[in-house]
Design a binder for this molecule. Structure first.
Ligand SMILES: NC(=O)c1ccc[n+]([C@@H]2O[C@H](COP(=O)([O-])OP(=O)(O)OC[C@H]3O[C@@H](n4cnc5c(N)ncnc54)[C@H](OP(=O)(O)O)[C@@H]3O)[C@@H](O)[C@H]2O)c1
Length: 272
């Protein structure tokens, strides 16, 4: 079993620690780093995992999971770059940062795998897309897939598709939350108490998601199944079509993609 260091145990880092422990990873094979002692104590008490300083984490671990905010990456890279050898596997969860940024800072040949997770990692239901950098092998991608598999599902994509992933599953939960918010508002307009409206909508979302997963995803057929002739659902669907909701969704995701490309541009070299 590899020793894994989580560098930056905030929301995503903590979820990963928790998921790995739930999946049976031994606590003595996990370490984390955090900036403030209070947070270290809190996590140690909660999970029985040791908080260590950054050099100790790099020395002890085979797999280094970088999960600080992208704006905090430079000081962390300054600290770890002289210590990271090509025997380590570096896994970055930092949105928008290319593998090349890490490869340029580490010893030649150091394997780097980039991951775009999403917030449902907090409940063990993340969707993560992983991309290997120049030196990452298939076996190392398998390792990362197992690691992220403890907190949700994993797909492999070429790094050039990470902006599309960011727009679709990275930002995706926000679009579902937005839809739920709008449906709850509709329930209130129709006179339902907020708590009842929320319960109805959230359980409908959970149930629909379970059907999509179990049915291996045929949304059109499932929607047709609840759309009876001259019934209530088709009246609602007509309004969605009239307001261009489908086109709005496509435009929204395309805009998120453009923004991801724009934000990433400052980290990419022209040859990447
Ligand atoms: N949350 C999401 O939806 C999401 C989705 C996809 C990808 N990601 C990526 O996941 C990463 C983590 O996001 P997050 O939401 O978990 O952020 P977060 O809650 O701010 O966690 C980052 C943690 O790292 C700590 N930290 C910063 N610099 C450090 C250093 N040099 N050494 C040790 N610890 C350090 C921070 O401490 P302080 O609080 O003291 O600064 C914080 O606890 C980000 O790169 C983000 O792009 C997040």
């Amino acid at each position: 079993m590899s020793t894994i260091a989580v560098l930056g145990a905030g929301k995503i880092g903590e979820s990963l620690l928790s998921g790995l422990l739930n999946a049976g990873h031994a606590p003595e094979k996990l370490v984390f780093t955090e900036r403030y002692q209070q947070r270290v104590d809190e996590l140690t008490e909660r999970y029985g995992v040791h908080g260590v300083d950054v050099p100790t984490a790099v020395e002890r671990a085979d797999v280094l999971v970088v999960s600080v905010k992208p704006q905090d990456i430079e000081p962390l890279l300054d600290e770890i770059a002289p210590l990271v050898t090509p025997e380590k596997l570096v896994v970055t969860l930092c949105a928008g940062l290319p593998t090349g940024l890490f490869e340029r800072r580490f010893a030649a040949g150091t394997p780097v795998v980039r991951v775009m997770p999403n917030t449902p990692m907090l409940v063990g239901e993340a969707m993560s897309a992983i991309s290997g950098g120049t030196h990452a092998t298939d076996a190392q991608l398998d390792t990362v897939e197992r690691l992220l598999g403890s907190v949700g599902r994993v797909v492999r994509v070429p790094e050039s598709q990470q902006d599309a992933v960011t727009a679709l599953s990275g930002s995706g939960p926000a679009y579902f939350f937005y839809l739920v918010e709008a449906m709850v508002d509709a329930g209130i307009l129709l006179g339902l108490p907020r708590s009842v409206a929320a319960e109805l909508v959230v359980q409908s979302a959970v149930g629909s998601a379970a059907m999509l997963r179990e049915g291996e995803g045929h949304p059109v057929i499932m929607r047709e199944g609840v759309t009876s002739p001259a019934g209530t659902t088709i009246s609602g669907i007509r309004e969605l079509e009239k307001h261009g909701v489908r086109a709005a969704m496509i435009d929204a995701i395309e805009a998120a993609h453009s923004r991801s490309v724009e934000l990433g541009a400052k980290h990419r070299r022209t040859d990447e």
